[in-house]
Structures are given as structure tokens and as C-alpha cells.
Write a protein that binds this ligand. Structure first.
Ligand code: ADP
Ligand code: MG
Length: 733
């Protein structure tokens, strides 16, 4: 039987039916995850197996950042890597990098070259492993280069392992690289991240020296576990919505009667088709050595989450980019489209990317682990105070770091952290901070046990404090969770910034200690000096601590009294990055030069403006070519009904009123659409003024167009409405 529908929903169902048939057959084919974990990664184990001891050790030194790899060793490593890849079916290699826009970039070169005698031989030289030269002119540089200055280099990042990306008929060896201009200026997200990791290590080591815990420690790194939220919708419905296709969010759509009010989706049972998708995505991620730990439904219908096990930040950032791409790629195979946008559906929860960040030594010690008797752990308190000072001094920078057109829809809305950056420490740490401010801490609040009142249930170990889900930056046990990061964002930039601002505070503390505590390098004298420094930091910076409900208006008022900035939109937030104190900091720690930082801000602004322009234009197109024709048809039907009813000699004043009201609303939509069409950016505005123009003069009109259209959606005959509705999109079959 063929069904005719106004959307290709029939197809969507068919796709899921195909999925069912396929899934019933493939149950037995699933391989255990531990067998395939890391199978597509040229990891330490594969390297050790394929390299001589000397070369492997040289490579290890390069991976730890102690020494650069020599040209001879690079040749040997390249050959081993190439053999490993070719044995696994690779035909091409690529320098894989993360440009300033988009997720990742790759340009493939063949691993096989003719040998001059009619055969192909495989080849990868040390030189092509270490350095590549993609044409840089098509990537945004934010004014660092003119378009004709095309030269750019990719440089192998030894610390992140090479891997294979596979698909039907292909396997490509991907070599993680940094991407810089001919002058060596960073054109990507990785270069400043690596620089910030080194800065952090240098400063954190100074703190360890103070406490005499640096023995055997070579480096301190940051660790990262980034939880990824996303939506899944039926692929065919996705493609029936031009707004989803070009903006990854719905520009129109009335809230359906039932969405997330009953809280029945969060942690609910995962629909089988989704679970099959998740399993396959996990399998692909496992092959890439990406340890996915958690999967569950999120708050909104159609919303889900993947959380990995944490890793060192550089690798975690590469893995996060791969995770986003894998989610998108695998979703298609199950008849889904994955949406990573922060707010695809108005009126429903948006998606974030909780950025779990901690500090640990290369010997495996988590420096943010409070341990049992926390009040005796002065080193831990030093790191916590450093983060607190950093967040108070640079909350505006953190806010700017997560600013984007898409995240603007989420921050400050009712399910996401507010745009005010504050910090939550929980009962135990708050108590400890209070003790430390006024003297020597003498107690650690304990959580104790929970008796559930039935012997069949175990006594539970209770945490020493509750959680706070409204805080943008929360201490969660042994790490800080930065919750304001957007689901579509790369995590490299937020972590670059966290590392940099924390480096600055660690540097400050180490300097202070050298100034006042130098004469007591150890023992009680040292502790006293440190406590005095920390007490002062607490007094000066405790205004950033907030344990209450961050969603309330009272908090906005209170935060203003405390002098905490509330930068509501991207246009408000981005200028922070060009402030002298911020430039000085990035330059001082060698993370970004003034030019590099300025160019980045320029790129962020251009990206914001382009995205807004696309959305506004897309909105006009949908209003004119889909919604207005549909509502005119409905208007005609109404008018004909009125005419024929009255023609039959029956009065129908209610129908006439309805027609009247409807015609009025259609008129409003037409008028608002015309205003939006004419709301072009006036000539002569610079990039910051352009952002402000969108904020003040375009977004309000877009809101008006949408709200009129959403009212019409509730009035028009269902079969005439030209876009799949929220109910249709959010119900997975
Ligand atoms: P929560 O219950 O607070 O969400 P989980 O233990 O479930 O905490 O972890 C959430 C995320 O935090 C996971 O991705 C996890 O790997 C990550 N995480 C845990 N410990 C650390 C750490 N020391 N550094 C960075 N991320 C961490
Ligand atoms: Mg979490």
C-alpha cells in the first residue's frame, strides 16, 4: 500500500522498518567492546611493538614534551605508522586539524605511489608525517593574512595518537596536527590549547614545589571529560524542514501540548532504535579508543547524552570532535538526523556540553581530589583558591569563551546556567573556605550514611553536600564542571581559557609565596604563609561563590550588587576578549599573541554575523514560500465556507469573526516578513557594530515573525501546514 502524506513520514517509518529487519539479523555479529577498543588507533602499544627501543623512547620523550623528535626518528616512525595503516586497509593519509570554524578539516593524500615500473608502493616519509601544507586561504584567519597569502602549515601533534577513519570502501590514516600560518600564527584550536597546557604545567609545578610534592613529577596536565547532549529526529522529517537543514534549529514551530512537562523522558527507557544507534556509535568510538562511559535520555523528548571517561585535555578535545562527527555519521544509518545545536526547539530544554575539568600530575595524582580530612590538605585548598580567584577575576572571559549565536538561545534561559559566571563549592568546601578565611581549618564536614528504613536495602554513603544544577561552574567531588559550554562548540577553546586563567592565579600564588614565605620553605612556617595568602584570596574573591538558585531574578540583582558581570549575548560578551588585561594575560603565558587573539575575536564575530544572516534569510524564505501560501489556502477555505454558508441563507457570525481574525493575523505575518526582508545590515558597520545590529534590530523582528507564525500554526488545518510539527519531530517511531 502506498500512502500519500504531506511529509515524507511514510519514508521515515519505512527507514525504521528497514532498521528493524537489519537489527534482528545483526544481534549475533556484535563484537565485545574490549576486543575492538583502540583497534583503529596507532597507540603506544602498537608503537612499542613496531619500533626499536631507542626510537620508541625518543618518541615518548617527544610525546611528554621533553624533546623534539629528530628527522631520522620521524622517518622510522612514519614508516611504522604507514605499515600499520596499510595493513588495516588504509589507502590515504591526512593531516587532521581543527580550523577556527567547522569541526575538523582533512585533505587526503594517497599512501600508495607508482614505483615507475608499473606497480604501486606504499610510502609515508618522516617529512610528510611532521609537516603538511594545506592551502590556508580558504580558512578564516580573522585578518591575520590577506586572502592572497595562502601559505599555511600543519604540524604533527606527537602527543595525540594517529587513527583510522573508516567507512564503506575507505580507511584513511588521520594524523592529528596543529594548523598555523606562514608566520607561525595559530589558525586553529589546538595550537593555543597545547600552549595553555604547557603554561598550566609550569605554574602548577611551582605550587607542588612549595609543598614538596613535586618529586618524581615531570608535568601537571589538565584532564577533561566532556558530556555531549544531542537530539535525534527522524531523518526524513529533518530534511523536510529547511530551517533544520541550514540552521540546525527550528526557526518556526508551536510548542506541542505535551513535551517535557511530565519529566517522563529524562533517564527514561531508551527506545530500541535509539539504543541500537548508540551501540553502533559506541562501537565506532571504541575502535577510535574513545571510552564512552554513560548513555541516557535527557530532559526533552528526543534528547540524549553520551559521556566519556575523562582523558588528558588535548586528547579529550580531539576525541570530543570525533565524537560529535561520529554521532552525526552513525545517526543517518538508523534513519535519524542528530542535532547538536544548543536550542533546536523553542520552549524545550536545550543541549549543553558539561566540561568536567581537573588537574593531575603525570604520575596520576588528581590535584583536585579533596581526600578524607580535607581541612589538613592545604595543597588542595591552594588549587581550589586558585580556581576561585581565576573565575572571579576572569568570569567575563569565561563567558566570552562560550559565546555564540546558537548558545545565546540557551544561556540564561530556564534550563541552562545563567550568563552570570559564579561558582558552586558545596557544603563541605564552603565551610572549609569560611574556616580558612578566619584561621586554621579544624574540621571536614562529612556526609555520613543514609538509612533507607528497610533491611533489604543497603545503607548508602552520602556525599558531603547536594548538587546544584543551576551553577555554571560547580565543584563536583574531584573536578570542576563548567556547564555553560554549548553542545555544538569545540571544547578546545573553553579549556584553553580555563587553563590560562588558572595558570595566572597559580603564578600569582607562587609569586606571593616567594615574596612572603621564602624564608620558611617548609613546615609550619610555610603553611602559615600559604594560609595567609589563601585567606586574602578568599576575602577578595568570595563574591564569586554562590550556592543558591541561579535561575532566579533575585540572583541577577544580587550578582549585580556583587559586581559580577551579566553579559547576556554574544554581542555583549565578545568585546571582553579585546580588553588590555585579557590580551596581556594571553600573551604573558604564551597562549595567544595580541594579533592571534584579536583575529580570533574577529572570526567569532564574523561567524556570529554569518549565522544570523543565514537564519534571517532562511526565515524569510520559509515564511514566503511555505507558510504564507499555506495560510492563504486556509484563508480561502474559510472564506469559501463563509460564502457558501451565507449563500445557503444561514448566518454564521462566529465563522465570519474567525475569518476576520485570521485575515488580520496573516496580514501581520506578511508585514513582519517584509520588515525582516528589509532589515539588511547598514553599510559601514564594523564587525562589533554588526553583531549589535543583529542583536537589537534583527532578532526582535525574527521573534515577531515566529510568534505570529506559531499562532497561525495552531489555527490552520493540519493537512495544510507545510512543516513537520514539533509533535511529529519529537516523536520517534
Ligand atoms: P557526575 O556524576 O558529576 O556527572 P561522573 O563521575 O558521572 O560525575 O562524571 C561526569 C564526567 O566527568 C565524565 O565524563 C567523567 O569522565 C568526568 N570526570 C570524572 N573525573 C574527572 C577528572 N578527574 N577530570 C576530568 N573529568 C572527570
Ligand atoms: Mg554532569
Amino acid at each position: 500500500m502506498t500512502m500519500t502524506t504531506r511529509h515524507p513520514q511514510g519514508e521515515a517509518i519505512a527507514a525504521s522498518t528497514r532498521w528493524q529487519a537489519q537489527s534482528e539479523n545483526s544481534e549475533s555479529q556484535k563484537q565485545p567492546l574490549d576486543k575492538i577498543f583502540g583497534a583503529d588507533v596507532f597507540d603506544t602499544r602498537s608503537m612499542r611493538k613496531r619500533l626499536t627501543r631507542e626510537t620508541f623512547e625518543a618518541l615518548e620523550r617527544a610525546m611528554d614534551g621533553r624533546e623534539r623528535l629528530s628527522a631520522q626518528d620521524a622517518d622510522v616512525v612514519a614508516k611504522a605508522m604507514k605499515d600499520w595503516a596499510v595493513e588495516r586497509g588504509a589507502t590515504h593519509f591526512t593531516h587532521w586539524f581543527q580550523p577556527m570554524t567547522g569541526l575538523t578539516a582533512e585533505k587526503h593524500d594517497a599512501l600508495l605511489t607508482p614505483d615507475g615500473e608499473g606497480h604501486l608502493v606504499s610510502k609515508l616519509s618522516g617529512k610528510s608525517l611532521i609537516q603538511g601544507e594545506p592551502d590556508a586561504s580558504s580558512f578564516p584567519s580573522g585578518g591575520l593574512r590577506a586572502t592572497f597569502e595562502a601559505r599555511g602549515y600543519t604540524a604533527w601533534d606527537v602527543s595525540s595518537p594517529a587513527f583510522l577513519l573508516r567507512g564503506a570502501n575507505y580507511a584513511t590514516l588521520c594524523i592529528p596536527t596543529a594548523f598555523v600560518s606562514w608566520n607561525g600564527e595559530a589558525l586553529d584550536k589546538k595550537t593555543p590549547l597545547l600552549r595553555s597546557i604547557e603554561a598550566l604545567s609550569t605554574q602548577a609545578m611551582r605550587i607542588l614545589k612549595i609543598f614538596g610534592t613535586d618529586e618524581g613529577v615531570r608535568t601537571v596536565g589538565s584532564s577533561l571529560g566532556a558530556e555531549q547532549e544531542y537530539f535525534l529526529v527522524d531523518r526524513n522529517l529533518f530534511y523536510a524542514r529547511p530551517d533544520l537543514v541550514s540552521c540546525d534549529r527550528t526557526l518556526f514551530g508551536a510548542t506541542p501540548p505535551k513535551h517535557q512537562q511530565l519529566d517522563d523522558h529524562y533517564f527514561g527507557s531508551i527506545p530500541p532504535r535509539v539504543l541500537s544507534f548508540m551501540s553502533e556509535a559506541e562501537e565506532e568510538l571504541a575502535r577510535l579508543g574513545i571510552p564512552v562511559q554513560t548513555r541516557h535520555n535527557e530532559v526533552a523528548p528526543g534528547q540524549y547524552e553520551f559521556a566519556p571517561l575523562f582523558e588528558s585535555t588535548n586528547i579529550a578535545c580531539d576525541h570530543q570532535a570525533l565524537t560529535m562527527e561520529t554521532i552525526k555519521r552513525v545517526a543517518g544509518r538508523y534513519g535519524f538526523a542528530a542535532i547538536l545545536h544548543e536550542k533546536p526547539f523553542a520552549g524545550m530544554n536545550g543541549s549543553g556540553k558539561h566540561n568536567n575539568w581537573s588537574l593531575s600530575t603525570d604520575t596520576g595524582v588528581n590535584l583536585l581530589d579533596p581526600q578524607d580530612e580535607t581541612h589538613t590538605n592545604l595543597q588542595f585548598m591552594t588549587f581550589v583558591c586558585a580556581v576561585m580567584r581565576a573565575v572571579h577575576l576572569h568570569g567575563d572571559v569565561l563567558r566570552a569563551t562560550i559565546a555564540s549565536a546558537s548558545n545565546d538561545h540557551r544561556l540564561g534561559a530556564n534550563e541552562a546556567p545563567p550568563a552570570i559566571i559564579s561558582m558552586f563549592l558545596g557544603d563541605m568546601l564552603t565551610d572549609l573556605i569560611g574556616q580558612l578565611e578566619t584561621g586554621t581549618p579544624s574540621r571536614t564536614i562529612k556526609g555520613g550514611e543514609l538509612d533507607l528504613g528497610a533491611n533489604a536495602l543497603p545503607a548508602l554513603k552520602r556525599d558531603s553536600g547536594d548538587r546544584n544544577r543551576t551553577s555554571p561552574l560547580a565543584f563536583t567531588g574531584n573536578k570542576f564542571e563548567f556547564r555553560a559550554v554549548g553542545s555544538a562548540a569545540s571544547v578546545a577553546w573553553p579549556n584553553t581559557v580555563i587553563n590560562t586563567i588558572v595558570s595566572e592565579s597559580l603564578d600569582f600564588i607562587a609569586d606571593e609565596f616567594e615574596r612572603v614565605g621564602g624564608e620558611h620553605p617548609s613546615g609550619e612556617g610555610r603553611d602559615l604563609a600559604v594560609k595567609q595568602i589563601l585567606a586574602r584570596i578568599i576575602t577578595e574573591h568570595k563574591a564569586v561563590l554562590f550556592d543558591g538558585d541561579g535561575y532566579t531574578e533575585e540572583w541577577e540583582v544580587e550578582a549585580e550588587k556583587r559586581g559580577l558581570p551579566n553579559l547576556r549575548s554574544t554581542a555583549d560578551a565578545l568585546p571582553v576578549l579585546n580588553e588590555p588585561k585579557v590580551r596581556t594575560m594571553f600573551a604573558k603565558y604564551g597562549v595567544l599573541t595580541n594579533d592571534e587573539l584579536e583575529s580570533r575575536v574577529e572570526i567569532f564575530r564574523e561567524k556570529y554575523a554569518s549565522q544570523m544572516r543565514i537564519e534571517a534569510e532562511q526565515m524569510v524564505v520559509i515564511a514566503r514560500t511555505m507558510i504564507l501560501p499555506a495560510v492563504c489556502q486556509h484563508q480561502r477555505n474559510l472564506a469559501e465556507t463563509v460564502a457558501s454558508t451565507e449563500g445557503a441563507g444561514v448566518d454564521c457570525p462566529e465563522l465570519r469573526d474567525e475569518l476576520d481574525g485570521f485575515v488580520g493575523l496573516v496580514g501581520q505575518l506578511r508585514e513582519a516578513t517584509i520588515i525582516l526582508t528589509e532589515a539588511g545590515v547598514p553599510p559601514g558597520l564594523d564587525s562589533q557594530e554588526t553583531c549589535r545590529f543583529f542583536r537589537d534590530s534583527v532578532i526582535p523582528i525574527m521573534d515577531a515573525v515566529r510568534s505570529i507564525s506559531d499562532r497561525l500554526e495552531g489555527l490552520v488545518e493540519a493537512s495544510l501546514w507545510p512543516l513537520p510539527t514539533y509533535s511529529e519531530l519529537l516523536t520517534l517511531r
